[in-house]
Design a protein around this ligand. Structure first.
Ligand SMILES: Nc1ncnc2c1ncn2[C@@H]1O[C@H](COP(=O)(O)OP(=O)(O)OP(=O)(O)O)[C@@H](O)[C@H]1O
Ligand SMILES: [Mg+2]
Length: 347
């Protein structure tokens, strides 16, 4: 596996007086949040968190309000100063960066898209999008050309000369996204960018993210407190609770093998057949079954396979690059839906 874009190890963020002493003191770190606050006046927003963000993946940080999502993601570019731990981007130590290097990190390498779009009200859409390039010192002609290209990419063609106040919330969010994309960052960081949008616009923006991921292979870190959004967008999801990552895995791993009762409760109402893939439901094929017949891919959802089995009137093969990995039948598939299928390791 290649080096992660971001690697985070033993990260802590403690707010409050003499915050530094908290991560180093096992007696303090063992305290429940409320007690830590009364004893020290400190809040441990991020507690000993470690993970890597892989190149080209959508890494979702999910958790309830106050679980530490924003603090964690802001620590990545030191918009919030970490208290302890290490952070590297492409192997470079972020905590050792000086001011100039940090500025370059935030402007070129890891651009943030916020929930409140932070657009400049007196500038046109085009100039808002070009703004990031302007502060990079890119010349006027070049930045307008680049801005126009990105404006088209996010579906704002025709609105270039409007001001933010003349746009809907969804359109403003697209401008915010375009502005982040204009600098062509290695990683896009999103802090609940769509939670203020109405459901239809929200879905459109989610599809925009899926498209950016699929077509451009952008690496993205995406914060949400919405489980459905997390499952839809995430290649992997880090589920946070009280400053800790309680589970880090693919949507299928989180829904199929919750790490504890908290996660189990969190994912209880997820329609499993739409998240679980046929890998979980598969059984070995007999020689006769392996030879011929309709097939689905290993990444097919249980829901898709149920249709295929119904159409075929019997078991369907799971085929990957011409090789038959096994078969799924209605019994195995329904077992996954009911949550009674034997839990197999997901490759
Ligand atoms: N500047 C600060 N000073 C003190 N405590 C803070 C500060 N910023 C955040 N916190 C606390 O840290 C914890 C985590 O906050 P954070 O904003 O990271 O949560 P979140 O998961 O992003 O929540 P939300 O979903 O509401 O945005 C909370 O208890 C919050 O009150
Ligand atoms: Mg937040």
């Amino acid at each position: 596996m290649s080096t992660p874009v971001f690697s985070v190890d033993g990260l802590w963020k403690v707010f409050g007086p003499k915050a530094d002493r908290v991560p180093a003191d096992p007696e303090l770190t063992a305290l429940p949040a409320a007690e830590l606050r009364t004893r020290t006046g400190c809040t441990a927003a991020v507690r000993d968190v470690s993970f890597g963000v892989r190149k080209g993946e959508v890494f979702v940080v999910m958790g309830l309000s106050g679980s530490g999502k924003s603090t964690l993601v802001r620590c990545l570019t030191r918009l919030i100063e970490p208290t302890a731990g290490t952070i590297a981007i492409d192997g470079e130590d972020v905590r050792a960066m000086d001011k100039a290097r940090l500025r370059e990190l935030r402007r070129h390498r890891a651009a943030m898209v916020f929930q409140h779009f932070g657009l400049l009200p007196h500038r046109t859409v085009l100039d808002n999008v070009a703004y990031g390039l302007e502060i990079q010192g890119v010349g006027r002609a070049e930045r307008r050309e680049k801005a126009a290209e990105v404006v088209a990419k996010v579906g704002l063609t025709g609105l270039e000369q409007r001001r933010p106040g003349q746009l809907s919330g969804g359109q403003q969010q697209r401008v915010g996204l375009a502005r982040a994309l204009a600098v062509d960052p290695e990683v896009l960081l999103f802090d609940e960018p769509f939670s203020a949008l109405d459901p239809l616009i929200r879905r459109e923006m989610q599809e925009e993210v899926v498209r950016l991921h699929r077509d451009e292979g952008r690496t993205m870190v995406f914060i949400t407190h919405d489980l459905n959004e997390a499952l839809k967008l995430g290649d992997r999801i880090a589920l946070m609770r009280d400053g800790r990552i309680v589970q880090l895995g693919t949507p299928e791993e989180i829904v199929g093998s919750p790490a504890d009762d908290y996660v189990r409760e969190f994912v209880r109402d997820v329609p499993r057949e739409q998240v679980m893939t046929v890998r979980t439901a598969m059984r070995p094929a007999s020689a006769e079954e392996a030879g011929a017949g309709p097939a689905v891919a290993p990444a097919a959802t249980v829901s898709e396979a149920i249709e295929a089995v119904a159409r075929n009137g019997g078991p369907v093969r799971v085929v990957d690059a011409g090789r038959c990995l096994g078969v799924v039948d209605s019994e195995g598939l329904l077992g996954v839906v009911a949550g009674t299928a034997p839990r197999k390791e997901v490759a």
